[in-house]
Design a protein around this ligand. Structure first.
Ligand code: IPE
Ligand code: IPE
Ligand code: MG
Length: 253
């Protein structure tokens, strides 16, 4: 683990982590960029720009502490409702981020994946993502999953449509349709369900994120705006996660 960048406080807090009980997959609803900027009397897009800096730090730290997978909700299917200038800015960010960080991500053995309707994205965004997928496809370290143009409902409907199509062709019968098979049709078929979902900005809702996959996820909310989310917050979230008793519908042990 490379912890050179950690503050004394972060190192101290890391000392309390139970490395046997780490979450495998942590998913982030990066919220509050706009409010962060407004408080600083800056345009909303400055919040998004700063949000990318927070993302950078968290990706590298997550890999340092050996998380198996992290998902970042970068753009939802409902975010198209925003003014087109903001939409353009947001959709350009994967390109900006990957352009700069891809070499380091490759070097750190991180495997990039994407979940969401790629067809609906501008060409530049799409090709930046495709290049990143290709360049990291053989990597065996942490999975960095970018949820772009992602919506849980759209994802579920898409899976249902694909199964219905197969059924129509006579390749699938209703009796064969179970949870495992269904999951194979989701964007996240390559990922384990998130153990921990973190949402910043004080909002306590799921906003159409990983609806199916979050069935038994633990949630951690903080009033911190995403641009200010730091390693320390992630450590705190993991410590809280480790205090929880997950029962999955069973009996308390
Ligand atoms: C999160 O910040 C970024 C995205 C949704 C892409 P917001 O832009 O939602 O910030 P607030 O919630 O308006 O403060
Ligand atoms: C959720 O944030 C989506 C992303 C972080 C990409 P929003 O800001 O879009 O969610 P609502 O509108 O507050 O529910
Ligand atoms: Mg928001």
């Amino acid at each position: 683990m490379s912890l050179e960048k950690c503050t004394a406080r972060e190192k101290e807090m890391l000392g309390y982590i139970n490395w046997e009980k780490m979450p495998g997959h942590v998913a982030f609803i990066m919220d509050g960029n706009g409010r962060w900027a407004r408080e600083k009397k800056m345009p909303r897009v400055e919040g998004h720009r700063q949000g990318v800096e927070a993302l950078r730090e968290i990706v590298s730290f997550s890999s340092d502490i050996n998380l198996r997978a992290v998902t970042f909700y970068a753009f939802s299917t409902e975010n198209w409702r925003r003014p087109s200038s903001e939409v353009d800015f947001l959709l350009n960010l994967p390109e900006v981020y990957l352009e700069k960080d891809l070499p380091e991500l490759v070097e750190n053995n991180i495997k990039i994946t994407a979940t969401g309707e790629m067809e609906g994205l501008p060409t530049g965004t799409r090709s930046a993502i495709e290049k990143a997928l290709e360049k990291t496809s053989k990597n065996t370290g942490m999975i960095l999953n970018l949820a772009v143009n992602y919506g849980g409902r759209a994802e579920i409907l898409r899976a249902v449509r694909m199964m219905a199509e197969k059924a129509k062709q006579g390749e699938l019968s209703p009796g064969e349709m179970d949870e495992k098979l269904f999951e194979g049709y989701l964007f996240t078929s390559h990922l384990e369900d998130p153990d921990l979902i973190i949402r910043t900005s004080g909002e306590q809702r799921i906003s159409n994120f990983l609806l199916w996959q979050a069935a038994y996820s633990e949630f951690w909310f903080t009033s911190i705006y995403w641009p200010e989310f730091s390693r320390l917050h992630l450590i705190k979230a993991i410590l809280e996660y480790q205090r929880r008793k997950r029962r999955f519908g069973g009996v308390h042990t």
